[in-house]
Design a protein around this ligand. Structure first.
Ligand SMILES: Nc1ncnc2c1ncn2[C@@H]1O[C@H](COP(=O)(O)OP(=O)(O)OP(=O)(O)O)[C@@H](O)[C@H]1O
Ligand SMILES: [Mg+2]
Length: 400
């Protein structure tokens, strides 16, 4: 271990160093009180200090006092060095905060024994402070999770309310737009017959575009409302054993359009993948979300590569979808699973895909995680319990 020896007397310092170096310790030397104080303040200062009591510049007592006033969490173990018979010094030293003492001329055996005790104390102290730091980190992390959970719960209640409120007016708009679309051809023919008016020509041209715009808007609002409902309600899942390879194939088929121009799909599946237990349609939904995100991320890419890897990881099947798009910034990594978080242009993303997917995977007893690959792309990976390890299935609620 590293030990600081603060001793102004050359002979005594050399002897102390020799004995302790022989015992395998690494020694840092200080020749007076100032030197010692400087060395102790270094971030990598030795944890054990042997401190002579009578030193020029600053005596041992003052050094101990200063060390004990240091705001650092680290505690130095201090053995003071006094002359035999200096009882008053020993008492003052211990009261000021020294941990132990050794009298001069010192005995090598006693020095080794006292250093051994000191070493035990320093190591214990280090272990304790590491443990305390770990506990502190855990507590902070837990607090952060709780705040996050609370935020999501509030958002969930709000979302449910909004979805409910929006549903009816959207239905009116959609219904009325449909009626107008239905009668528009008749109206248009009659208008055409009224003459060659500029204003009528404008109406005839613009109304169909407006109706298309209304339909597009209504579809988008309905998609958001559906997404909100499935996020909040956490709909009941069907449970049946199925092969994930099949769900991946269907999802790829559904995403064929967005992948076909610039993306090469690589599949790495092991020969035998055990069945997983869950809702086939929901898993398709998750896979479509992940594949769509990957396709969006690679849309600027001349040549994109999408890899789908499956493997068995203990009692779980793991699916990893990797793309060679730009990957995620730290902010995106931190927030991408939050509902409504999107970096896509207005009208393109609702920001619900990943939060819904995460909910579905977790309801299945699995996990969904994201990280950047060393090459800079994104890697989304989820696990699902192998059917034989998950809770038994009842035929009645089995799907697909
Ligand atoms: N493969 C990926 N590469 C880079 N960023 C990604 C990737 N997948 C997700 N993201 C980031 O996470 C955000 C949230 O994704 P999420 O699927 O929840 O919403 P969205 O795709 O924006 O909208 P929605 O899925 O509702 O249409 C995205 O906007 C994007 O910034
Ligand atoms: Mg998405």
């Amino acid at each position: 271990m590293r030990i600081l020896i603060a001793e102004d007397d050359f002979t005594s310092r050399t002897m102390l160093t020799a004995v302790l170096e022989k015992g395998g310790h690494e020694i840092v030397e200080a020749r007076d009180g100032n030197d010692a104080w400087e060395a102790i303040q270094q971030p990598d200062a030795p944890g054990l200090v042997i401190l002579d009591w009578m030193m020029p510049e600053m005596d041992g007592l003052e050094v101990v006092r200063r060390v004990r006033q240091m705001p650092t969490e680290r505690r130095h173990y201090i053995i003071m060095l006094t002359h035999k018979g200096d009882r008053a010094d020993i008492v003052a030293g211990l009261e000021a905060g020294a941990d132990d003492y050794l009298t001069k001329p010192f005995d090598a055996g006693e020095l080794r024994a006292r250093v051994k005790v000191g070493r035990r104390m320093v190591e214990m102290q280090d272990r304790l402070s590491k443990f305390a730091n770990k506990m502190q980190t855990l507590a902070e992390e837990r607090a952060r999770q709780l705040v996050h959970a609370d935020r999501l719960a509030t958002l969930g209640v709000l979302a449910a309310g909004i979805a409910h409120e929006i549903n009816n007016p959207v239905a009116f708009v959609a219904g009325n737009a449909q009626t107008i679309e239905r009668v528009w051809d008749t109206v248009a023919t009659q208008l055409q017959n009224t003459g060659d008016d500029e204003e009528i020509a404008f109406i005839l041209e613009e109304v169909p575009k407006m109706l298309a715009g209304i339909r597009k808007g209504v579809d988008r609002i309905s998609k958001i409302v559906r997404g909100l409902k499935s996020y909040v309600r956490q709909e009941k899942m069907g449970t049946a054993p199925f092969h994930l390879d099949d769900a991946i194939e269907t999802a790829l088929e559904l995403c064929r359009n967005s992948l076909k121009y610039n993306v090469t799909v690589e599949k790495n599946y092991p020969n035998i993948l055990p069945e997983v237990l869950g809702d086939y349609r929901k898993m398709e939904q998750v896979l479509v979300n992940l594949l769509t995100n990957a396709a969006d991320a690679m849309s600027e890419q001349k040549q994109g590569t999408l890899s789908i890897d499956t493997c068995v990881d203990k009692d779980f099947v793991r699916v990893t979808i990797t793309d060679n798009g730009p990957g995620m910034t730290p902010e995106v990594l931190d927030r991408m699973f939050d509902p409504f978080y999107t970096t896509k242009t207005e009208g393109k993303g609702t920001g619900l895909g990943l939060s819904i997917s995460k909910g579905i995977i977790e309801q299945h007893g699995g996990t969904l995680e994201a990280r950047n690959t060393p090459e800079g792309g994104a890697e989304l990976s989820f696990t699902l319990p192998v059917a034989s390890c998950a809770s038994p299935v009842t035929k009645e609620d089995a799907s697909p």
